[in-house]
Design a protein around this ligand. Structure first.
Ligand code: MN3
Length: 205
């Protein structure tokens, strides 16, 4: 049972003009596909691991044979991160309900949260992701930076939303201007999906 590329729940041009069609197409069919192909190749000789979900694999990296641990971390993480990312993108939503309340409580306001989140994006050196995640120990939201294809679930935390700040996610349209891409991200973040993720994270925390 090999891992396969999940289809996008929208057209490649659905996020225009904030994320362009060509970037979405390459990001999905080339970059995400490559993580899946390499994950499948990595697990070829480990049939028992092929039965697990990619989330299960990266939640328990220490249980993975050392000879493939880094490859599972990178390519399994790449598969998990991108599958998650596609699901939280949609134009035209606004923060409301439980997540609005929680963000206001913890970050004073949505605007203040956006400032802190953007700062995390701009101070993340190199390639990686920035997340808003629930820490099950405190049941609080945390802004988390991860390098490469690491995911907060490897640290026991539960992502609510996240942004891919690898250059491949924005270079065609924004070149080196990561700040402009982060500003544009707020126009395509699906706050309704983020709220669902928040509610489910809190109830399982
Ligand atoms: Mn990417």
């Amino acid at each position: 049972m090999a891992f396969t590329l999940p289809s996008l729940p929208y057209a490649y041009n659905a996020l225009e003009p904030f994320i362009d069609e060509q970037t979405m197409r390459i990001h999905h069919t080339k970059h995400h596909q490559a993580y899946i192909d390499k994950l499948n190749a990595t697990l070829e000789k480990f049939p028992e691991l092929q039965k697990k979900s990619a989330e299960e694999l990266i939640k328990n990296l220490n249980s993975i044979d050392e000879s493939i641990r880094t490859a599972v971390r990178n390519h399994g993480g790449g598969h998990v991160n991108h599958s998650f990312f596609w699901q939280i993108l949609k134009k035209g939503t606004t923060p409301k309900a439980e997540i609005l309340k929680a963000v206001n409580q913890q970050f004073k306001s949505i605007d203040n949260f956006k400032v802190q989140f953007k700062d995390a994006c701009l101070t993340l050196f190199g390639s990686g992701w920035v997340w808003l995640a629930i820490n099950p120990k405190t049941k609080k939201l945390e802004i988390i930076k991860t390098s490469n294809q690491d995911n907060p679930i490897s640290e026991g935390k539960i992502p609510v939303l996240g942004i891919d700040v690898w250059e491949h996610a924005y270079y065609l349209k924004y070149q080196n201007k990561r700040a402009d891409y982060v500003d544009a991200f707020w126009n395509v973040l699906d706050w309704e999906k983020a709220n669902e993720n928040y509610v489910s994270a809190i109830s399982s925390a």
